[in-house]
Design a binder for this molecule. Sequence first.
Ligand code: F6R
Length: 260
Amino acid sequence: MKVLIFDEAEQAVARVADLVADLVRRKPDAVLGLATGGTMVPLYERLVALHQEAGPSFAGVTSFNLDEYVGLAAEHPCSYHSYMRSVLFDRIDFDLARTHLPRGDSADPMREADRYEAAIAAAGGIDLQLLGIGQNGHIGFNEPTSSLASRTRIKTLTDDTRRANQRYFDSFEDTPRFALTMGVATILESRFCLLLATGRSKADAVAAMVEGPVAAACPASALQLHRNATVVLDRDAASSLRLTSYYQHVHPGGADSAFG
Ligand code: F6R
């Protein structure tokens, strides 16, 4: 796992945006796995700015989002469909027909989960999967104790996750209880996993992910099993790591190196 630590969140965001943009320049028909949440908002802003400055074009990109709330139609203002359109898809030249999220309002969410897995496979798998991390160590909506072999399915959200996301809804009661999410194994099949975490509230989850045991209690720790995973952090999100001086020695100031 590469651990890149930057002093400021903006620098971490800029590095992740550059990695995404570089891939799309090299492979204009790349398949991107996308995430939502507060951490991704400045990242998508940066990608929009990069696109406007000098490309790349996203017109040939196919995308699959990690998750969607069960029960919310795409048009619902709090759906992840709506989030993606407002922060990214409608702001640059994405071809909406190539963008995919699980259908939260499907009459048969379990079949929808299987359909979604099949669609990812039919697209040839994911080249780059963007990830955030929950304060409880979730990736996607794979809450603690999710099987590390899990595929896309319905997960019951923890009350902590619902509280963290309550800000987007009228009340805690209105915050959905279930989500359709790619599984941990689905995520691990991506050819490159790129996780962005900023802020002190993520520090303990980041330490468990990078330096803790591989355990379903911290689903993000499964990234230790991935051959090509990069974790990009700001100083605050890195503040509970023990081996910081080693990460900074290998990747001074967040610089990449030929060796891991
Ligand atoms: C959302 C997702 C989640 C978030 C995580 C962090 O698609 O996959 O795992 O990345 O909950 O959310 P923020 O960035 O709001 O702290």
